[in-house]
Design a protein. Sequence first.
Length: 439
Amino acid sequence: MRIFLLSLLAGSFLLTGIAPASAQPTPARLTTSDQAPQTLDPAAATQAWLATVPADKRAASDAYFEGGYWLILWDFLLGAAISIFFLASGLSARLRDFAERKTRFKAMQVALYAVCYVVISAVISFPLDVYSQYFREHQYGLATQTFGPWFGERLTAFAITIVAAALVLIVLYAVFRRAPRTWWLWGTGVAIIFAVFGSLIAPVFIEPIFNKYKPLADPKISASILAMASANEIPVHQVFEVDASRQSNRVSANVSGIFGTTRIALNDNLLKQCTLPEIRAVMAHEMGHYVLNHSMKLILYSSVFLFVGFALMRALFDRCVRRWGSSWGVRGIADPAGLPLIALLFSTYFFLLTPLLNTATRVTEREADAFGINTAREADGFAKVALKLGAYRKLDPGPWEEIIFFDHPSGRARIRMAMDWKAANLPAGDAGKPLTVSR
């Protein structure tokens, strides 16, 4: 169910990472022709950057990220088991009957069923959530929040989830009742609308519930960021700082919003852990997402995935109900008791689609990387940030590993892009001077 709901409420895009690194040695740089030319081999320079990370930190990062592969599997299996439990035990049908006894209004029946379903599912999955999102994060030194505040924020997020789930399901089941033959087409449209709505409101209206936003106080940093924004016609006049260090050590930032709500924000971890060139590299990357319309591009991809998912559900849902519906107590697609089956089919579909979903996101991240490095012109700053992101994201995966499990380019790929750019472009401030490149 969580996978299904997340597919309808697409979020914003963040470049995240953690942990300050010690000063990194800078590989040899290019010079203009009025200086003695030096050689820059991008491949060798990339390996030189990677070699600056101590072996124990690399091992910890690899262990954390590779453990996430198993969490993807366990999360899917647990969700599937919960759906099967609701159906096979008859609990889903009893919840439907309970909702029908309480109210005769169909929308309220769906809402009441949805609340019960989400609450029971959350209680069952809570142990895995606590391990993966609290204890494991602390085990690897990625979280700063104690259990009480963490649990309080989880309750707030849970309340928002209940409201969102109820609204989505009320509309979807209204479609299912009124379009018994074409429900899957209309359902796709509803899912896309909620995905767009969620992606637009989350950064501006949901995220401030959990963190405080205040104007960035350092004029040197804000002026540099606003200069890049102005050069790329991003309609902002202020930069905001977020107090994310209350929850974790990860650095992050985003540029989001439309219709007068556009906002540039960076968290306090980024300010504490990174130099100005690194901050510029991160912020230029985030501007790339905005300028290149990646939120809309990813929603377009999601629309295709949702269309195929609803088409598959149209083919499989009725078959499952014909075979097992009588024992489950499920009457048809318009029956809320069939929600666990919908969740099971969608979660299986998106689980199998993991490599394609990750690739779609990773491609847009690479586009934002290219935009960012050309905007900030901070090749070394970009490389240093990639190493800091490597505190929780495997730096040097195998090719298939990156394709299947990475929704961002690996640290190695990002550093190589920076070194390729450095070998092929003028350093900032040297525009107009002839360039000598030797390999």
